[in-house]
Design a protein around this ligand. Sequence first.
Ligand SMILES: [Zn+2]
Length: 422
Amino acid sequence: MRLLITNIAQLATMAGVAAKDGVGVTWDDLGLVTDAAVLIEDGAIRYAGPAAALPKHGPPDRAIDAEGAVALPGLIDPHTHPCWVGSRHDEFAMRAEGKTYREINAAGGGIRASVRHVRRATPDELAAACTGRLARMFALGVTTVEAKSGYALNTEGELRMLRAIAQAAARTDQTIVPTFLGAHAIPPEFDGDRDGYTELIVREMLPAVAAENLATFCDAFVEPGFFTLEQGRRILTAAKDLGFRLRVHADEFEPFGGAQLAAELGATSADHLMAVDDAGIRALAAAGVTATLLPATTLFLGQSNYAPARKLLDAGCRVALATDFNPGSSYTENLQLVLTLACTALHMTIAEAWAGVTYNAARALLLHESRGALLPGRRADLLLFDAPDVRAIPYHLAMSDLRWIIAGGQLYRAPTPFAQRA
Ligand SMILES: [Zn+2]
């Protein structure tokens, strides 16, 4: 299968971002090419560059006139919680009325509300819910998604969630990266016994998930009131011994040492980091742990304590961006919104923000050798936007000007933003 795309007014290959491994990204690293063409063969990029230098090739099976579109790598969302059922709009209403997190929890809200719903859900219900959310992300240009478990918090339920994620992954041309997050919260039956639940994760859940090969990564919520540094270390070390790669929910509420723990254990990514301190920032930079920032969460919670992106970047950290899509603190599938928030709320440059949703996000999932840049041999995940320039895409707040989506060489027309008379 050969697909040829011509008449691309501006192409961003991310070649410089890849060459720098995502650290110290500047405008020139976007690898911008004007009057470009892309040649795709058997699901991989064969050529992406000036149309004038297009190599000799056989007749294309499909040819697309991009009509002056802007082309970029497919977006990558490296932190989502898409597998749950049951709306939590009641909590949203309580927050709107000024109720605190503690009051909402006392009324049965928070993660435990989702745990009640997910424990009752059938595998098919979970897979259907997850499939629909991944499809919404795809319609917004997200061709790779990390997907976490963590709303069952018992062995059977966590396995059911991960199998549902695998079922949803089999139905899409997106790449889905599954993460085991049994250490998301303490389930009610372990109230007052966090060590007991930690042992259940280590002795029963992790080996069961590994035996079925259901997750690439293991994640843990290392925060006050959730898992201590010691418990996080115990869980993540056991996971590492079983062959999982690691990621950490770190320093969201206070500087708790989560960033340092991620660095100590050689985690791939440390996520949230709103409260990370200077020592944590230095540790992440020195260990090469990707800092994954989730500004939509801060926005959705009506807060202003955005992560110190500038400090992280200036200290030499690689910064990725994600939605944190989840039913409580960030109910949005829209990574393009996050791209804008990176520029407005995190004070990142547009080049840094684009790197954060492409190459650096691939790096946060250890997929940077095959995704996140439009270079020969890489998987053909790319987007064509109806926009005059790559800068015009984050400029358009919470709207998508996407025209075509290509995932693994498969061509999709993006949904039209216009209503159609019925
Ligand atoms: Zn999360």
